[in-house]
Design a protein around this ligand. Structure first.
Ligand code: CP
Length: 313
C-alpha cells in the first residue's frame, strides 16, 4: 500500500496498515539520523508552521527539528505574542498563515476537534499535535514505535496505562493504536478518572494497581491533567501517589522485563518515583528521541511521501 492522506488528525481513523507504514517510515528516518549528514531534502521549499496554542516542550521542539532535518522552512507561532490575544479567531489566524504560504500547519489546541476544524477549509496539510482530551496521534505513534523497537512486536503484548485516563489525549490515541495492532490494553487509576465506559474501546478497566501491573509487558504512566479538570477528582495528590504511584515496592512485583514509559512531562514523586523514572527499565527519554523520527515520517507522508521505500538507504 501507499500513503494517501493529506492530514494526520487522529489515530482512530487510521488502519493498522497505515500505522505500520508510519512506523516503517520512522525506522528509515531513524537510520538517517545515525548518519554524519542528518538532513534530507524531502521538504525543501516547503513551509511548516508550529501553531501551538497550548504549552509544549517535546512535541513542539521535535516537530521543529524534524522539519529542519527535512530541509523545510519552519515558523514557530507563539500564541502569547500573537493577534489571538487581540481577538483574532483561530480560523482567521490559520488562513493568514496559509496566505503566507504555509504548506503544513501543526496545531496544538485545548479544544477537542480544532485540527479537524482547520482541515475542513485549509489547503495546507494539518497535523494534530494534541487537541484537548481527544487525541495526540504522534505521541501514540512514537510510543508504539518505541514498544516495537524494544519488544520486537506489538500484537499479544499486555500494555497497562496507569493514571488520569479520562482527561488524557495520550491515552485515547494509545488505546486506538495498540488495540488496532493487537495488544491487550488495561487501564488503571481512580474510578473518577478511569470510568468503566472505556471498556467500550476494547480495554480492560481496573482500579487495583497491583493487579493492573502484575503481568504487564509495558507500564505507561500518565500525569494528572490538572489543567483540564474542572473539579478535584480525588481527595489529595498524596493519596493518589500512595494508591496509584509507581514506586520501588510496586515495581518489584512486576515482570522483570516490563518497560516503564511516560509521555512527559513527568511529575516526580507523584505518578512516578524519581528513581523509577531514571532506572534501567525506563525508556522515557528514548520515547523522546524516537519522537523525532516519527515526526519526520509524519511530515514526509502528509507532504506526499509514499512510504519508507522512498527514503534512500
Ligand atoms: N508528551 C508531550 O506531548 O509533551 P509536551 O507537552 O512537552 O509536548
Amino acid at each position: 500500500m501507499t500513503w494517501n492522506r493529506k492530514h494526520l488528525l487522529d489515530i482512530e481513523s487510521l488502519s493498522a496498515a497505515e500505522i505500520m507504514m508510519v512506523l516503517d517510515t520512522a525506522r528509515a528516518f531513524k537510520a538517517v539520523g545515525a548518519r554524519a549528514i542528518k538532513k534530507v531534502p524531502a521538504l525543501r521549499g516547503k513551509t511548516v508552521v508550529n501553531l501551538f496554542v497550548e504549552p509544549s516542550t517535546r512535541t513542539r521542539i521535535s516537530f521543529e527539528l524534524a522539519a529542519q532535518r527535512l530541509t523545510a522552512d519552519v515558523i514557530n507561532f507563539s500564541a502569547e505574542a500573537s493577534s489571538l490575544k487581540k481577538g483574532e479567531t483561530l480560523k482567521d489566524t490559520a488562513r493568514n498563515l496559509e496566505a503566507l504560504n504555509a504548506d503544513i500547519i501543526i496545531i496544538r489546541h485545548s479544544a477537542s476537534g480544532a485540527p479537524h476544524f482547520l482541515a475542513r477549509f485549509l489547503n495546507a496539510s494539518v497535523i494534530n499535535a494534541g487537541d484537548g482530551a481527544h487525541e495526540h496521534p504522534t505521541q501514540a505513534l512514537l510510543d508504539t514505535f518505541t514498544i516495537l523497537e524494544k519488544k520486537g512486536k506489538i500484537a499479544g503484548l499486555h500494555v497497562t496505562i496507569l493514571g488520569d485516563i479520562l482527561y488524557s489525549r495520550v491515552a485515547r490515541s494509545n488505546i486506538w493504536a495498540l488495540t488496532k495492532l493487537g495488544a491487550k490494553v488495561t487501564l488503571c487509576g481512580p474510578s473518577t478518572l478511569v470510568p468503566k465506559i472505556f471498556e467500550q474501546m476494547g480495554c480492560r478497566v481496573t482500579h487495583n494497581v497491583d493487579e493492573a501491573i502484575a503481568d504487564a509487558d509495558i507500564i505507561n504512566l500518565l500525569r494528572i491533567q490538572h489543567e483540564r479538570q474542572r473539579k478535584s477528582m480525588f481527595p489529595s495528590l498524596g493519596e493518589y501517589t500512595s494508591l496509584f504511584g509507581l514506586n520501588k515496592a510496586r515495581l518489584e512485583k512486576t515482570k522483570p522485563d516490563a518497560l516503564i514509559m511516560h509521555p512527559g512531562p513527568i511529575n516526580r514523586g507523584v505518578e512516578i518515583d524519581s528513581e523509577i523514572a531514571d532506572c534501567s527499565r525506563s525508556v522515557i527519554l528514548e520515547q523522546v528521541t524516537n519522537g523525532l523520527a516519527v515526526r519526520m515520517a509524519v511530515l514526509f507522508l502528509v507532504n506526499g511521501g509514499k512510504g519508507p521505500q522512498e527514503i534512500a538507504a
